[in-house]
Design a protein around this ligand. Structure first.
Ligand code: ADP
Ligand code: MG
Length: 617
């Protein structure tokens, strides 16, 4: 899982005790100065390093089985941030409360731990193999779906662990454990012949013991009668801390030379994604059979379709065969137009349809210009088409082409679940905040792409974010968009038009100047709309009242369900001077970090009852 502390400025990641002390020394050694680091011993745990009376105090924070975090003997908390918040108000056993965070120096990222880098390479390999993605499509999938993909592959992480011996017999295991040091607690883990079962071999008092590890119906691993775990590596980590029925707890790894952690670049054997047809060529030949463990794992994820599973993640022209036919103008005979209306506007309406390509037929949305429309409107639609034609990103509605027939028609990819504001208003109960943040992260990725390509959108709003499904958003409506000149950072409109003032930054209104930074302002308003589940911004205020409100330095309040970090980001999007606002590159990173931290928490919440039940058996 992404680290639940990744977004905390005083979290240093995987640094040693000596390094922690060095940082605290540099920061002045005041009483209550503290930092947080990854625990090198227990997976998912942390260490709180605190200064008091010019001395260092280090407190391990353990991740409990029910997903909460606690300092030994202290109260449990739902996350590392909440734990630190608690101890800043109440020393509760520490020599003093946490008073001053020792933040990382600017530009310093948390140090990744061994498992972090292993995890990153596994996610990338999994995405590459499962969805056959390369280049940008691969990178975007890794960034946007890491939390979900990690859940899918957690089941195979043990194969990269030094204690895992993929193909040894019981006799060979004994031989390995009896050779060299015979310390109590030296152990290894190996698969058994019966599919889906494993054995844990452990030495104690110069005798080797073998424990059977089974999987229950839901795919959880356990030693019969013992605690249940989602993954083998969690089981091992737990048994390192607690014997839990074994003759002794696991102490020393009996390493497998070939499966060392250092081998992070080797292609892992990976489970098959439930919603993707199994492709034999993605599996390694070393006998790994994914069915029982991995498919039955992640029950909650089974029904979840990832953006990469849909037909609109990559362009329909990403197939070289189809690319041969790629032209801006489409033949009318390949286009079937349905009666169903998806939406409408001044220009006319948007209809459902199907477009026939060389090898496949795709669902499309067709913007049909009213036949009564003037030349100017036709030109506008052609401009919109020209802009869209230059863009290709999973988080942007792609154009398939333009068709000139009974009317001028702009043919686009279909985003069937419709505008974000309407979707959220209708499904408030079913969409948790973490889901809203996930969608807004995707919007940020699409906008970051536009910023890099030097395009300004000029109409970013929740009504123009369309959903493919509950977990997949695309930016649409490029009717007002402009490509900036290579050396320009803004576009100046000749005159003001019918503008969405409530979404516009002050410099757009005052100087008609549009840049990626003014799109950032609109992103803030869109974020507000999303976190209020589709409410109208600035209530009943009229355009001029909104302008006055903003000029007076006022801003919209934090929506009731909005996390403070996200509201802080919104406020940064609404910084008056455009030079001082964050870029989309900053915004995307901030939303990403927050969304990853929520994704790991969501997992804890859903797992908590099960884990508690397991503890009592
Ligand atoms: P306007 O310029 O009038 O705002 P839009 O491009 O935003 O036009 O489209 C109007 C409506 O049509 C949208 O709100 C949406 O309901 C529907 N629509 C537009 N494009 C698509 C699409 N690609 N997939 C599904 N629905 C769409
Ligand atoms: Mg629109």
């Amino acid at each position: 899982m992404p680290d639940a502390a990744a977004h905390l400025p005083f979290f240093y990641g995987s640094i040693s005790r000596a390094e922690a002390e060095e940082h605290l020394k540099l920061a002045g050694m005041a009483d209550g100065l503290f930092l947080l680091r990854q625990c090198l011993r227990s997976l998912g745990g942390y260490v709180l390093s605190l200064v008091y009376d010019l001395r260092f105090h280090h407190y391990p924070i353990e991740r409990q089985l029910n997903g909460t975090y606690a300092i030994a003997g202290g109260k449990p908390h739902c996350g590392p941030a909440e734990l630190c918040e608690f101890y800043s108000k109440d020393a509760d056993g520490l020599p003093c409360p946490l008073r001053k965070p020792c933040n990382r120096p600017s530009g310093m990222e948390p140090q990744p731990g061994v498992f972090d880098s292993l995890r990153n390479s596994m996610v990338r390999d999994y995405v590459r193999q499962t969805w056959k993605l390369e280049g940008d499509a691969l990178e975007q999938a890794v960034i946007s779906q890491a939390p979900q993909v990690e859940k899918l592959i957690a089941t195979t992480a043990h194969e990269r662990m030094p204690w895992y011996h993929s193909s040894i017999s019981r006799e060979e295991a004994e031989h390995k454990l009896y050779s060299g040091s015979q310390h109590d607690g030296k152990f290894l883990l190996r698969p058994r012949k019966e599919q889906g079962t494993y054995a844990l071999s452990l030495i104690y008092g110069k005798t080797v013991y073998h424990y059977l590890i089974n999987q229950d119906k839901s795919g959880k691993y356990c030693i019969p009668e013992g605690t249940k775990f989602d993954t083998l590596w969690q089981l091992v980590e737990y048994l390192k801390l607690k014997a839990d029925g074994l003759i002794y707890c696991l102490k020393e790894i009996c390493p497998n030379a070939s499966a060392s952690i250092a081998a992070v670049t080797a292609a892992p054997t990976l489970p098959v994604h439930p919603s993707t047809p199994r492709r034999n060529d993605t599996l390694n030949s070393d006998g790994y059979t994914p069915e029982p463990a991995c498919l039955s794992k992640s029950q909650g994820e089974k029904s979840r379709v990832l953006p990469m599973d849909t037909s609109v993640y990559e362009s329909p022209y990403s197939d070289p065969e189809e690319l041969k036919d790629k032209k801006l103008f489409l033949k009318r005979e390949n286009l079937m137009i349905d009666e169903v209306e998806l939406g409408s506007g001044n220009f006319g309406c948007v209809r459902k349809g199907v477009y026939k390509m060389r090898k496949k037929q795709i669902d499309v949305a067709i913007k049909v210009l009213k036949s009564t429309n003037e030349k100017a409107e036709k030109e506008e639609m052609m401009k919109e088409a020209q802009i869209m034609h230059q863009l290709d990103n999973p988080y942007i509605v792609r154009i398939i082409g333009v068709c000139k027939a009974e009317a001028l028609m702009l043919v686009m990819e279909m985003a069937i679940a419709g505008p974000l504001n309407k979707f959220l208003a209708a499904k408030k109960e079913e969409v948790p905040v973490s889901n809203v943040v996930e969608l807004m992260h995707q919007v940020a990725m699409g906008m970051k792409y536009l910023e890099e390509k030097n395009f300004v959108h000029r109409d970013l709003a929740a009504r123009n974010v369309l959903l493919v499904n509950q977990h997949y958003a695309k930016i649409s409506d490029f009717g007002l968009s402009k490509a900036l000149g290579a050396d320009d950072s803004y576009y100046t409109a000749r005159s003001a038009g019918k503008w969405p003032l409530k979404w516009y930054a002050p410099e757009c209104i005052n100087y008609r100047k549009f840049s990626s930074r003014s799109d950032v302002w609109s992103y803030g308003v869109t974020m507000w709309e999303a976190l209020t589940y589709g409410q109208k911004p600035y209530k009943k205020m009229k355009g001029p009242e909104v302008i006055k409100f903003i000029e007076e330095g006022k801003r919209m309040d934090c929506p009731p369900e909005c996390p403070p970090d996200i509201y802080t980001l919104m406020r940064d999007c609404w910084i008056y001077k455009w030079e001082d606002r964050p870029s989309f590159s900053d915004v995307e990173q901030r939303v990403r970090i927050y969304y990853y931290s929520l994704a790991s928490k969501a997992e804890e919440v859903s797992e908590a009852p099960q884990a508690e039940e397991a503890t009592s058996t």
